[in-house]
Design a protein around this ligand. Structure first.
Ligand SMILES: [Zn+2]
Length: 318
């Protein structure tokens, strides 16, 4: 049984995209304003879930005016082209550095194939180009009116990716942070554990920029963060604190793995295994059970994050 969309605030809903067939990994936020707006689409296999979620909210796809993507990694915007085929009136709102890759996704496809190999088709296919006249670029601090009393603001937020922006929603005092402020695990929150870690995927991870972007978030005084992965936290200061604390740990673990091995695969594997051990110990200490499914999810997230860490360190010396 599919879950109904989750109501997060009076006018903000979250539809689970069942990325990788798993719940609570990626989703699409629905902003129920005069101009109905989605934030993130997840990858193409998630589009049927989004359409069915919209239906259960009583929204016809023709009513969607904007589909905003925080960045163009496929788990955030890979489904945008396919979704647009169902939403004839929608425009896709994107960072200027990401726009051309949505119009011509050949490089996105090639780099995803390089990372995901044989799994590419089941995870991402199809990645459809978006006609340029349906793309709307938003620069730093530009705005978008989606209702008489609802003006969204866009903020460049590099760190996870250079082509990343985040969206401030004044009516809920919230920021849609994409992947800049880390990953949130609502599964753990239900056990009483608040847990946030940075997401450092390849190939534009930059820790300095990530911290600077978090500083911008702090200056906005948000009361809520809406994560790319997954859901809403009403405790931004705890998020910033944890992500800022884990970031140097991630770097130093990766640095050691980098020094101990010579090839990308071994370095990545070492970093990923050791980070996993550290995080696991931390969570076991907090009372999570050894057999909790969260560990499978964490291992997956850390595998991708470790690739980005080693990629970053490789670029530092070259
Ligand atoms: Zn992501």
């Amino acid at each position: 049984m599919l879950k109904k969309p989750i109501q997060l605030t009076e006018n903000v809903f979250l539809i689970d995209g069942y990325d990788l067939g798993m719940t609570e990994r990626t989703g699409a936020y629905v902003l129920m304003e005069e101009e109905i707006t989605l934030i993130e689409t997840s990858a193409s296999p998630s589009v049927p879930y989004i359409l069915s979620g919209l239906k259960s909210l009583g929204i016809a796809p023709e009513e969607i005016k904007y589909v905003i993507v925080t960045h163009i990694h496929l788990d955030h915007s890979g489904g945008a082209g396919l979704l647009l085929e169902h939403c004839p009136k929608a425009k896709v709102v994107v960072h200027k550095k990401g726009a051309r890759h949505l119009a011509n996704p050949s490089r996105l496809i090639a780099s995803a194939k390089a990372v995901y190999g044989e799994k590419f088709n089941s995870l991402f296919d199809p990645i459809l180009p978006i006609p340029e006249d349906r793309l709307l670029i938003k620069n730093d601090q530009e705005t978008l009116q989606i209702g008489e009393n609802c003006l969204l603001s866009f903020y460049d937020s590099p760190g996870h990716a250079n082509h990343h922006f985040s969206i401030y929603h004044p009516n809920v005092a919230g920021i849609f942070t994409g992947d800049t402020a880390g990953i949130y695990y609502p599964q753990l929150k239900r056990q009483g554990i608040e847990f946030y870690i940075p997401t450092t995927s390849p190939n534009q991870f930059d820790p300095e920029k990530m911290l600077q972007s978090i500083n911008i978030f702090k200056s906005l005084n948000a009361q809520r963060l809406f994560f790319g992965h997954f859901g809403m936290s009403d405790n931004p200061s705890e998020t910033y604190k944890q992500v800022e604390a884990w970031l140097p740990v991630f770097i130093s673990v990766a640095q050691r793995a980098f020094e101990e091995a010579v090839d990308f695969e071994t370095r990545t594997r070492l970093a990923s295994e050791r980070l996993f051990q550290k995080l696991k110990e931390d969570l076991l200490e907090k009372g999570v059970k050894e057999e909790d499914p969260i560990f499978e999810i964490l291992a997956l997230d850390l595998e991708i994050s470790s690739m980005g860490l080693i990629d970053y360190l490789t670029k530092q010396i070259s």
